[in-house]
Structure formats: structure tokens, C-alpha cells
Write a protein that binds this ligand. Structure first.
Ligand code: DHE
Length: 521
């Protein structure tokens, strides 16, 4: 074999560099173990500090991560290492925490049980609220700026309480059916239960390493958590968050998958779970006496007609096989139909949940954000309205024919949309691009934009939620020193602004427990 001078130089260079790279890599690992692992765990799976894996850090830019390692994170126990480590060592640490693990980490029952804490005497909780506000018109506001939650009185818009949460709550707050308890899921896998009579933390448990979201059953007895890491679903007793059952997410051939999300389906008495890496939709019944085919789900059912039947036993699992993956989806109000889409799909799928298969296609242009769609009556028919993530438009889709009946042009791609049974207006934000500071108000009777609102020019102004009677709409200004801005939902004038630390989402108890068609479930 002949080696040219150039190749020889490259080879020599490689031989010279390789040990140094190894030494550097070893240095990073040592630095990590010395300075970071006590709080973030030796495998970066989190402990008192947050998980340091790319999937969990996705929204934190590398520059911000470097700044945190150098200077620390204010109002937390994270110190700065700028005086102890060199710039190169800090850069290497940044790269290290953004590198993937080469195995799927475990987070089994032992670790879950170890993490669980009960903080109140569960059998002697107060029988009445310890505040005078309407308990069903409270808002829970998730402030990810400093990882806190504020509780707002939905009549006076006064802050009643504020408490610290685990790092990076994600997904909507979920309530017990009577609205008394609120449950949160954090990206690091923590599920917490708070009492809205006392605003105290009741119990908490860490069910995974990278959690998607949680759902609460309609009877209030169960909480289900869906994970990215590990590939599991964790079913808990809502009273004390003890684990009742864990499901490994695997298909018939043993391929495992991340969960996209779990939702409660009230009329079906089941949880519906969309999967990211397997083209299946799962349904887990929480009926007391589930049958192989759950009661009342199937009209004119003939044996052999169903593609995926329930297993037997408690919390039986039904697998609905699909043509494509489901990254994003929307359920109709009676949970008979799922409208879903893979992120890169040209067409969406309409899945009939009763017969358990795809029954139609959904016209899709440029990635609708189905998960934040809402429904309302328009000219005697029920329509679904959804913003698009890559296009300045809201699509209005007839829910009987699955055809788009109108595209409403907006000033940019949107993320969240909201309506209310008592209001003729639907609100949608512009989330991306130069106009990310505006929100449009659409008249649901004409499908026309009637007003464009800008509560804080130049900022990201997003996510709307109505109060209990639909008389006010609350908008977030997503800034560290931001606000929740309250609008009169009739005059569309500003009423009040309440300072908050990056208030990403807000959730009204009444609207959520009644599964209002204008809000997320
Ligand atoms: Fe979310 C809800 C998925 C990134 C803020 N987000 C949800 C839900 C899903 C989802 C499936 C519904 C769960 C529920 O409410 O129970 N989100 C995803 C993603 O796949 C995506 C694009 C990538 C990811 O990192 O997970 C993503 N989401 C974000 C963000 O970057 C946002 C804007 C800021 C953040 O804090 O993470 C964000 N997602 C939200 C919010 C909700 C949400 C505020 C609840 C909306 C609601 O009104 O119910």
C-alpha cells in the first residue's frame, strides 16, 4: 500500500491529536464528576439539579448554558465556575452536556418509589378552601422564567399565592374533576400534586427522566404520565401518586418508542396515548370492569371487525395501528375521532377511535398545530380551527367532511388558540417571525379578524386563556420581566397587567374541568 506525503502528514497529525482529544474528553468527564455530578447526577440524569441531556436542554441555547456554567443561575443553588474552570474547560462541559447518551437510561419502579414524597396528612386535609376566592375561577399561571407557579383569583385578578416548582414544567396543568387539586409534570420527570384549598404541595414523585405530559382520569382516581425517557407510561393513584402500573412502550416486534403525549378521554373512560416512534395510538381503559371491547364504544360491532381490541385485566391496553406516526393531534369533543399528523407528513389522518382505524385523510398545508386547535359552531356545523406552525394562517376545518372551509390569513405562524362558549371571539397568537408580538381576535360568526392586539411591542405575546364566564381573556408577555395582561373579552380593551416571570401558560379551573371546547384538555 502506497501512502502519499499528504496522507502521511494527516495520519501523523491524527496520531498526535488523538491522545490529546482523549485526554480532553477525560478532563471533561472528570470536571463533570467533580463539579456537576452531585447535583445533576453522575449520568446526567438529574438529582437536586436538572437533567443535563440534549432532549431536556433542547430549548436552552448553548450560549445560555455557557453563561450559566460560568456565572451561575440567579435565585438557584447553581454556582458559577468562571473562576475555577478555564474557558476551554467550560466550552468542553457545554459540549458534554449536549451530547447524547449511547444507551436508554433506566428509571424503574425502585427509583420512582424512592423519589416519592407525601408532604401532607392525606386523610386530614381541610374540608374548605382557606381563601375567599371562587375556587373554580382560579387561574394557575406557569412561570418558567424562574420556575414558579402563581395562583390568580379569576374575579379580582389578584395573586393569591406563588410557589416554586421543579425545573421546566411543560404541558397544561391538570385538575382533579372537582377542581380542588392541580397536577403538574416537569420536563425532568417530576409529577406534583398541589391543593388549591391551601396552595400547599401535597405529594411528588419522579416518574421519568424526560417527561412529555400528564393526564388525570375523569373519575379523578388516576394520573397517567407519558415519558420520552425511558420509553414508559406510568399510571399513578391520584391520592398519593403511588405507582399502580407501568407500561413499557413497545410494539409487537419489540421496537420501543417515546410517547408523544397522553390525554384523558372522558366519554371513553380511558387514556389515549400517541407514540412518536411507532405508528400506533394506544388506549388504556380505567373502567372498573373493562371488557375486551370497552362498553359502549362501538356501534354495530361485529366480532373480528376491530383492528385492536383491549387486553383483559386491570388497565387493559388497546393498540390502534396507524398508517403514520402521530406527533400532533386533536380529538373531537366526544372523543370518537382523532385528527392527527406526523410533523413531516403531507396529509393528516382521521382516525375513528371506535373502530380503531384510519377512516380518512386530512388536507394539510404547512404543519397545522392541531394540538392547540379549538372547536366552535359555524353556520350550523362544528368546525375545528387550528393555527399553523410554518405559515401565517388559521385553517377552519369542517369536522364532518374533514375539508378546510376557510383559511384565515394572519401576520405570521401561530402556536396557541383559544375560544369560550360565552364569547363570539377566538384568539390566536402570532408566535414566530417579526410579528410575534401580535394576537388576532377572530369573529367566529364571520371567520374574519376583527382586531389585532399588541400588549408589548417587540416581545413574544402568546397563549390566551378565558376566565370562567368568558368575560375576560388573559394574554402572556413571555419575558423574564413579563406580565399576564387581562383584556375585557367584549370591548377587547386592556383591564389590568400583572407582573410575572415569563408566564408561558395559564389554566382556568372551570374551563379545564368542564372540557370547554375553546381550550386545551
Ligand atoms: Fe409544548 C403543551 C409538545 C415545545 C409550551 N406541548 C404541549 C403538549 C404537547 C407539547 C404534546 C400538550 C400536553 C398537555 O398539555 O398535556 N411542545 C411540544 C413539542 O413537541 C415541542 C414542539 C418540543 C418539545 O421540546 O417538547 C414543544 N412547548 C414547547 C415549547 O418550546 C414551549 C413553547 C415552551 C416551553 O415551556 O416548553 C411549549 N407546550 C407549551 C405549553 C403547553 C404545551 C404552554 C400547554 C398549552 C395549553 O394551553 O394547554
Amino acid at each position: 500500500m502506497k501512502i502519499s506525503v499528504f496522507s502521511a502528514c494527516i495520519l501523523l497529525l491524527a496520531i498526535m491529536i488523538a491522545p490529546r482529544a482523549q485526554a480532553q474528553a477525560a478532563g471533561v468527564k472528570e470536571n463533570y464528576l467533580e463539579h456537576c455530578s452531585d447535583c445533576h447526577g453522575p449520568e446526567r440524569l438529574g438529582a437536586m439539579g436538572t437533567v443535563l441531556l440534549p432532549g431536556n436542554l433542547g430549548r436552552l441555547k448553548k450560549g445560555e448554558a455557557k453563561n450559566i456554567i460560568t456565572n451561575g443561575r440567579p435565585a438557584t443553588q447553581m454556582p458559577g465556575y468562571g473562576e475555577i474552570l478555564s474557558d476551554d474547560e467550560i466550552n468542553a462541559l457545554v459540549e458534554y452536556v449536549y451530547s447524547s447518551l449511547d444507551y436508554v437510561p433506566e428509571w424503574g419502579l425502585d427509583k420512582i418509589n424512592e423519589s416519592r414524597e407525601i408532604l401532607q396528612d392525606l386523610d386530614n386535609l381541610p374540608s374548605k378552601p382557606l381563601h375567599n376566592a371562587d375556587p373554580l375561577n382560579l387561574f394557575v399561571v406557569v412561570e418558567t422564567g424562574d420556575h414558579h407557579v402563581s395562583i390568580l383569583d379569576g374575579d379580582t385578578f389578584e395573586k393569591l399565592a406563588r410557589f416554586e416548582t421543579h425545573y421546566a414544567l411543560h404541558g397544561g396543568a391538570k385538575y382533579s374533576p372537582d377542581g380542588r387539586f392541580v397536577y403538574f409534570g416537569s420536563r425532568d420527570g417530576w409529577v406534583t400534586k398541589h391543593d388549591l384549598y391551601t396552595f400547599e404541595l401535597v405529594a411528588e414523585v419522579r416518574v421519568g427522566i424526560n417527561l412529555r405530559n400528564i393526564a388525570v382520569s375523569s373519575d379523578g382516581r388516576y394520573v397517567m404520565a407519558a415519558n420520552y425517557l425511558p420509553h414508559t407510561l406510568v399510571l399513578m393513584d391520584s391520592k398519593d401518586l403511588s405507582v399502580l402500573k407501568m407500561f413499557d412502550i413497545v410494539d409487537d416486534k419489540g421496537k420501543s418508542s417515546r410517547a408523544s403525549a397522553v390525554y384523558n378521554a372522558p366519554p371513553r373512560e380511558s387514556f389515549l396515548i400517541a407514540l412518536k416512534d411507532i405508528p400506533e395510538l394506544w388506549e388504556i381503559s380505567y373502567m372498573d370492569n373493562p371488557k375486551p371491547v370497552a362498553r359502549g364504544l362501538v356501534h354495530n360491532y361485529k366480532p373480528g371487525q376491530l383492528e385492536g381490541a383491549f387486553d383483559f385485566g386491570p388497565f387493559p391496553l388497546r393498540r390502534i395501528k396507524l398508517d403514520d406516526y402521530l406527533d400532533d393531534f386533536f380529538f373531537d369533543q366526544d372523543y370518537r375521532t382523532a385528527f392527527g399528523a406526523a410533523r413531516n407528513a403531507k396529509k393528516g389522518q382521521v382516525v375513528n377511535l371506535n373502530v380503531g382505524r384510519k377512516v380518512g385523510d386530512l388536507e394539510l398545508s404547512s404543519m397545522p398545530h392541531l394540538g392547540s386547535g379549538i372547536t366552535f359552531e359555524y353556520q350550523g356545523r362544528r368546525v375545528l380551527a387550528t393555527p399553523h406552525l410554518k405559515e401565517g394562517a388559521v385553517s377552519v376545518i369542517d369536522m364532518q367532511t374533514w375539508k378546510t372551509i376557510k383559511r384565515i390569513e394572519t401576520m405570521g405562524p401561530g402556536f396557541f388558540m383559544r375560544g369560550h362558549e360565552n364569547s363570539p371571539y377566538a384568539w390566536v397568537d402570532v408566535f414566530f417571525g417579526p410579528n410575534k408580538d401580535v394576537l388576532h381576535v377572530i369573529d367566529t360568526r364571520t371567520l374574519e379578524i376583527i382586531k389585532t392586539i399588541n400588549p408589548a411591542p417587540g416581545k413574544t405575546n402568546a397563549h390566551v386563556e378565558f376566565d370562567r364566564d368568558g368575560s375576560h381573556a388573559l394574554v402572556s408577555v413571555w419575558e423574564m420581566d413579563g406580565w399576564v395582561v387581562v383584556y375585557d373579552a367584549v370591548t377587547l380593551e386592556e383591564v389590568k397587567r400583572i407582573p410575572m416571570k415569563k408566564p408561558v401558560g395559564k389554566y382556568n379551573v372551570f374551563n379545564k374541568i368542564n372540557y370547554s371546547a375553546g381550550t386545551s384538555h
